[in-house]
Ligand binder design. Structure first.
Ligand SMILES: *Cc1c(COP(=O)(O)O)cnc(C)c1O
Length: 397
């Protein structure tokens, strides 16, 4: 019999979420997560995936995955430190280091898992972490897991960072200090002020940690935000994911050899969770090869990003201050935002509403993620649906 306490807890809390309209219903896809998707038999232009370069369905990756599965099977069979390290994993890590211009790299099973692993392998209760208030949930959880003091920094506010770094340093309370930030913030598409952050880090001897989940493949001609600013030798931890622009699954840290050596003996998901599957690793290697050899997909992504932004702006929508292809369409009111997204769906566009508490109250938005795989015709169709729904709801004049 189920625990009465649990039953009560679940019932109350689910009812509460549903009454507030915060209960998320998941729509399963009946197709690949490409530029056009099928949900409940309906075809939709997909503006919600992180598959920036369209690599999730790229035939070269699919072929690499199939070949690896045929040779190595579907599972790696063990954790990395027992005998779950295949030559493929080593090759992937060498490739990642070359891609990020660092001495070495270590791969994890996901980006989320990577933040759980890397922060707590280095930081502990005698330390403090200066963390941007808009950092990703996995950074927040990784910081908590380390038991270090978390010092919240106003979003991209360098004066606030400097003041708090100075205070932490001068207090003499902490053995190590770290500054941690997203490279690209995924809700607004703005880029972290890395040159200024590095300056503050040098002034107060901060360990620098940049999670570039949304920047890799997108900025720095594909190599990411750190490369974009020419700071490859100034950032201690370059975090990335293999699940967004790379199109597969997994996460990694790129950095100095000694850092990677340490993570290989001290980061818990590396020691206690089975390694990435052969197919995932082979597909990721193929993706990085593609990125390192050509900027074609990167250029197409930016071209599509500019095209969509220009179109939405010309229609009269508020698209915020994004510096990347991430294109928010800011509606404001939470309920109207939800309704807007629902109407887009009915008309044939899949673009998720993002509202408080994910973003501040009154800044509800529909977030658009154009990819290299979209054609201009698809974007035009999306824009005409935006226009129709915008006018119908009185958002556009
Ligand atoms: C998406 C994301 C992650 C998680 O990556 P996964 O590989 O999907 O687990 C981590 N950090 C940031 C900043 C992200 O945007």
């Amino acid at each position: 019999m189920a625990s009465k306490t649990l039953e009560h807890f679940l019932h109350e809390n689910l009812a509460d979420l549903k009454s507030k309209g915060l209960y998320n219903v998941i729509d399963p896809l009946q197709s690949a997560n490409g530029p056009v998707i099928t949900i409940a038999g309906k075809e939709l232009i997909n503006l919600s995936s992180n598959n920036y370069l369209g690599l999730a369905t790229d035939q070269r990756l699919v072929d690499a995955a199939i070949a690896a599965a045929s040779k190595y099977g579907v599972g790696a069979g063990a954790v990395r430190t027992i005998n779950g390290t295949l030559d493929l994993h080593v090759k992937l890590e060498e490739k990642l280091a070359a891609f990020k211009h660092t001495e070495a790299a270590i791969a994890y099973q996901s980006g989320f898992n990577c933040n759980m692993a890397a922060i707590s392998a280095v930081m502990d209760k005698d330390d403090a972490i200066l963390s941007d208030e808009l950092n990703h949930a996995s950074i927040i959880d990784g910081c908590r897991l380390s038991r270090a003091q978390i010092i919240r920094v106003n979003h991209s506010d360098i004066d606030d960072l400097r003041a708090k770094a100075k205070e932490a340093k001068e207090s003499g309370k902490y053995k190590k200090l770290m500054v941690i930030t997203d490279g690209v913030f995924s809700m607004d598409g703005d880029v972290a002020k890395l040159p200024e952050i590095v300056e503050v880090a040098e002034e107060f001897d901060l360990i620098t940690y940049v999670d570039d989940a949304h920047g890799s493949g997108v900025l720095g001609k594909g190599a990411g935000t750190v490369k974009h600013f020419g700071l490859s030798d100034k950032i201690d931890f370059q975090i990335g994911t293999l699940s967004k622009a790379i199109g597969v699954v997994g996460g990694y840290v790129a950095g100095r050899q000694e850092l990677i050596d340490w993570l290989k003996v001290r980061s818990r998901p590396f020691l206690f969770s089975t390694s990435l599957t052969p197919a995932d690793v082979a597909a990721s290697i193929a993706a990085i090869d593609i990125l390192m050899n050509s900027t074609e997909l990167h250029d197409k992504l930016w071209d599509n990003g500019h095209y969509l932004k220009k179109g939405l702006k010309e229609l009269g929508f508020n698209i915020g201050e994004s510096e990347t292809p991430i294109t928010p369409c800011i509606i404001g009111d939470e309920q109207q935002t939800q309704e807007f997204s629902k109407r887009l769906y009915e008309e044939g566009v899949y673009a998720k509403a993002i509202v408080f508490p994910t973003v501040p109250k009154g800044t509800g938005r529909v977030r658009n993620m154009p990819t290299a795989a979209h054609s201009k015709e698809m974007l035009d169709r999306a824009l005409s649906i935006y226009e129709k729904v915008g006018k119908e709801m009185g958002i556009l004049k």
